[in-house]
Design a protein around this ligand. Structure first.
Ligand code: BJW
Length: 245
């Protein structure tokens, strides 16, 4: 069968599965925001091609050189600030309106799912738009340009981005809710993630163990591809809207 015929068949099958299911979940990664102009981490133009993650996305790096880490985050915040949701984000927001039990789980910190209108949203790696005080623990949304390094208005302590770095635990309530959602899901969409970072990658495996029908959407094969029930190769912004009526 030709690739296009096969993709058409999978699209039809996916539409049918989504139409019949009540419990649906999606796990998204950096790839879904690529078409909005937000760089991914591991692709050819990925952030980890230009920077060592050990220097920028670990608690040790922040302790060693908070100014360097904040330079990188301020650069990313400025880069993302004017980016808008693409048809992929919008399709998932629409899926939530069609299927109220839909649960979206994202590894992304860019806030684009929320901007697209998704509300049943678990941002398991935090948000680049939230800061947290390393002394008093207070969190707040901060969209304005920040000093480098910024300090807490309440206690003058050093602020950090409220994101999850390597070696740090994900918020238990959010991670538990994500595992619950994929365990209950009849259909799971795995969109634009390399599936290399744990524990997020385990969510797809958990869905598989629980019997979900899993569709992967990605421009490249991933370690999970051969375990998915179906794969639609291509950009999320082109494929996701085609899954909906
Ligand atoms: C498209 C597309 C288009 C492009 N359409 N597709 C078990 C085994 C081995 C290691 C570990 C393990 N358990 C834990 C670890 C360690 C570590 C880990 O996983 N390391 C691996 C690298 C090996 N994990 C952790 O440290 C985690 N913490 C933890 O486990 O804590 C345990 C603990 C418990 C109790 C106490 C203390 C500790 C934390 C992980 C945090 C990850 N953080 C980051 C940064 C977030 C903040 C920020 O953004 O600044 O999260 S790293 C980065 O990777 C970011 C992402 O969310 C994450 C995943 O990346 P993603 O989204 O998959 O992006 P890419 O770039 O990898 O892939 C993009 C994909 O899109 C590609 O496939 C493209 O083909 C595709 N694509 N355009 C569709 N248009």
């Amino acid at each position: 069968m030709k690739q296009t015929d096969m993709s058409r068949k999978i699209l039809e099958q996916a539409r049918e599965r989504l139409d019949q299911a009540v419990e649906i979940a999606a796990l998204t990664g950096a790839g879904i925001s690529a078409e909005s102009g937000v760089p991914t981490f591991r692709g050819a133009d990925g952030l980890w091609r230009q920077h060592r993650m050990e220097d920028l996305a670990t608690p040790e790096a922040f302790q060693r050189d908070p100014r360097l880490v904040w330079t990188w985050y301020n650069w990313r915040r400025a880069l993302i600030a004017d980016k808008t949701p693409n048809p992929g984000h919008l399709a998932l927001a629409r899926l939530e309106r069609l299927k109220p039990a839909f649960q979206l789980i994202t590894q992304n910190v860019d806030g684009l799912h929320q901007l697209a209108g998704s509300r049943n949203l678990l941002e398991i790696h935090g948000s680049i738009w939230r800061v947290r005080c390393t002394v008093c623990g207070q969190r707040r949304i901060e969209r304005n340009t920040l000093a480098n390094p910024p300090s807490c208005p309440a206690c003058q302590g050093l602020l950090r981005p409220d994101v999850v770095w390597f070696g740090e635990a994900l918020a238990t309530d959010r991670l538990d809710a994500a595992f619950r959602a994929v365990s209950q899901a009849e259909v799971l969409l795995v969109v634009g993630t390399s599936g290399l970072v744990q524990p997020a990658a385990s969510l797809a495996w958990q869905a598989k163990r629980s019997g979900a029908w899993i569709l992967e959407i990605n421009i490249e094969p991933t370690p999970f591809s051969e375990h998915a029930d179906a794969v639609l190769p291509g950009p999320a912004g082109r494929i996701l809207p085609q899954l909906l009526p």
